[in-house]
Design a protein around this ligand. Structure first.
Ligand code: SAH
Length: 260
């Protein structure tokens, strides 16, 4: 059967077996509970199953693909015909999940932010292996004082350790996307600085990075009554620019905002 890829659902199916192999080798699968989001025609699913997981849950939005997956894998996978953005991920299983996802690029970022910002001590995943547009992946893993460093870097690195697994060329997909991709793996940190609410860090990074080229004095003035006093207390130089502050600086500012 010929499957016509739907552009609206960002369907670019991974066909490069070397890449698929590297993805499934990036983390332990044997005896684990796996969640695959956007399984498509099941290329990655197939490789996951060969590694003898305990269970595989698949969330796929496309009804037509659901039928194909049902036929192909029968009861070897648990299919959920839904939109990942609407699913309560902590209700999928009682056990921690290992997540694989080759989703449309806009959704990958959205879902990552949602998961990080809602993450509490009740962790529902062991790790996340996700495909991104390369440019976005580079932003996520970049460090301060580099040009890619931004909001996404600060927020992602708050609770998660992140590593790039591999860059993926457009030739590895069918149909070919226009852009390069990268696969990242995210593992929860054992310890991270605690905030009362992730909203404060969201707010601070939004205000600072919306004025990326300006000195941070401007953002400080927006957030605090006495910028000089607060900056001094936090050991931060107000003549710097947003890209010069490291993760700790941003947490300290968020914390200060919560206490002010
Ligand atoms: N993982 C497969 C398919 C990648 S294409 C492979 O590597 O070959 C992206 C997949 O995500 C498609 O199957 C598409 O139907 C599905 N998808 C798109 N938006 C989705 C959403 N909001 N929720 C769940 N699945 C979605």
């Amino acid at each position: 059967m010929i499957i016509k890829a739907k552009k609206s659902l960002g369907q670019n199916f991974l066909i490069d077996q070397n890449i698929i192999n590297i993805i499934v080798e990036s983390t332990e699968i044997k005896d684990k509970e796996i969640l695959e989001i956007g399984p498509g025609t099941g290329n990655l699913t197939n490789f996951i199953l060969k590694k003898k997981p305990k269970k595989v849950f698949c969330i796929e939005k496309d009804n037509q693909l659901i039928d194909i997956l049902k036929n192909k894998f029968k009861d070897r996978i648990i299919l959920i015909n839904d939109d990942i953005l609407k699913v309560s991920e902590n209700q999928i299983s009682e056990n921690k999940l290992t997540v694989f996802g080759n989703l449309p690029y806009n959704i990958s970022t959205q879902i990552l932010l949602k998961w990080i910002l809602n993450l509490n001590s009740n962790l529902w995943f062991e790790n996340l292996v996700l495909m991104f547009q390369k440019e976005v992946a580079d932003r996520i893993i970049s460090n301060y004082n580099t040009s890619n460093y931004g909001r996404l870097s600060v927020i992602s690195n708050w609770k998660l350790n992140i590593k790039k697994i591999i860059d993926v060329s457009p030739n590895s997909f069918k149909p070919k996307p226009k852009i390069e991709s990268s696969v990242l793996i995210f593992t929860p940190k054992k310890e991270y600085p605690n905030l009362n609410s992730s909203k404060s860090l969201e707010k601070v990074t939004r205000i600072f990075f919306n004025q990326k080229r300006k000195k941070i004095r401007k953002s400080f003035n927006q957030l605090f009554k006495d910028s000089n006093f607060t900056a001094k207390k936090l050991g931060i130089d107000l003549n710097l620019r947003p890209q010069n502050l490291n993760f700790n600086d941003y947490f300290n500012i968020a914390k200060e905002l919560e206490n002010s």
